[in-house]
Design a protein around this ligand. Structure first.
Ligand SMILES: [Zn+2]
Length: 352
């Protein structure tokens, strides 16, 4: 948001402060006992002996931190408000949202609440029926999948790195008929994403005729992210966003997600806001924006020691040269394009 403002792209009348969700609003998807535990742990800054087993809190991936309730509850408040704001149509961007691993009664993968699920339930509450959920975070959206498996009015598409935690979202898993899961190999590149976009994501979403598109635009699939092993540039994310916008669904909610390099996250998600508003993140950034980028730090990672100059003075990554579409990516896309593909594969593996 600082970067968007420094670019001159975020006038105050386009910005709404996210309210902190009340516990009762969170009960739309989360167990009251779990919500209570988050509040108690925030107040005490420590867990009880069974919080780890019962709620998954206190592990390496779901640590106690000072705002363990209020921070996720604020992102969730934005998600719930987005459902209300979108009742009559429009576009909302909630970059602090995207915690797609959260479970109804458990923290999971540094996600304490599941704001995408709460956003979709809020949309439903405000009369929006058919929702296309598109998730290109490097990790599979296991929490959202739990929430919407088998829902014929929800199409869930996830593109994620194969073999990466949480290792769910296998290509055979259609969640009871409404999910398209595309695990992609390490090194997944812009040309491959363009193929996935044109041959799979956009046609599937268009055919579904959604009343709303929810796009989780995780930033951990880019080459410079330290956690995943994909090789996208931020052009891939923006191009998919442009494609989704062109489908003319009456409502679009864009969420953040994962992302573990502060420069790639800031540049990508500022570019998302630019694309949503018709700005092209092509040229060099403004001096104010460069100041924001130069002030970032990334301790404890080799990428933070000698950041390349373009992380300071551009938003857009250089277009990727020479990425080939690997045969396995083509085959998986082809398989998921077929409505009966699932069936054939299951029979085939049964024979083995
Ligand atoms: Zn992720």
């Amino acid at each position: 948001m600082d970067l968007s403002r420094a670019m001159g792209w975020l006038p105050s009348d386009q910005y709404i402060t996210s309210p902190r969700a009340k516990p009762a609003a969170l009960h739309a998807w989360h167990e009251p006992a779990y919500v209570e535990a988050l509040q108690r742990i925030e107040a005490a800054q420590e867990t009880l002996p069974d919080d780890l087993e019962r709620f998954g809190i206190g592990s390496v991936s779901n640590p106690v931190f000072p705002e363990i309730f209020s921070r996720p509850a604020t992102a969730a408040g934005g998600a719930i408000l987005a459902g209300e704001l979108l009742a009559r149509g429009g576009v909302v961007y909630n970059p602090a949202g995207g915690t797609h691993h959260g479970m109804p009664s458990r923290a999971n993968g540094f996600c304490y609440l599941n704001d995408p699920a709460l956003a979709m339930l809020s949309l439903r509450h405000h009369g929006v029926r058919r929702i296309a959920y598109v998730d290109i975070d490097a990790h599979h959206c296991d929490g959202v999948a739990v929430g919407f498996a088998g829902d014929p009015d929800c199409l869930m598409i996830s593109v994620h790195e194969e073999g990466l935690w949480p290792r769910t979202g296998l290509i055979e898993d259609d969640a009871g008929g409404n999910a398209i899961n595309l695990p992609v190999p390490r090194g997944f590149n812009d040309a491959e994403m363009a193929h996935v976009r044109e041959a799979l994501i956009l046609p599937k979403v268009a055919a579904f005729q959604p009343d709303a598109i929810v796009f989780l635009c995780g930033a951990d699939g880019v080459e410079d992210d330290p956690l995943a092993h994909l090789s996208l540039t931020n052009n891939a994310h923006w191009d998919l966003l442009r494609g989704l916008m062109a489908l003319d669904a009456p409502r679009l909610l864009v969420l953040g997600g994962g992302g573990y390099n502060p420069w790639t996250v800031g540049r990508l998600w500022t570019g998302v806001w630019g694309v949503l508003n018709g700005y092209t993140p092509e040229a060099y950034v403004t001096p104010d924006a460069e100041e924001v980028l130069r002030a970032l730090t990334f301790h404890g990672n080799r990428r933070g020691r000698n950041p390349p100059e373009h992380w300071f003075n551009t938003l857009r990554d250089a277009p990727q040269e020479g990425g080939a579409i690997r045969e396995q990516v083509r085959q998986r896309v082809e398989y998921l394009r077929q409505p009966q593909g699932m069936h054939v594969l299951r029979q085939a593996s049964a024979r083995v």
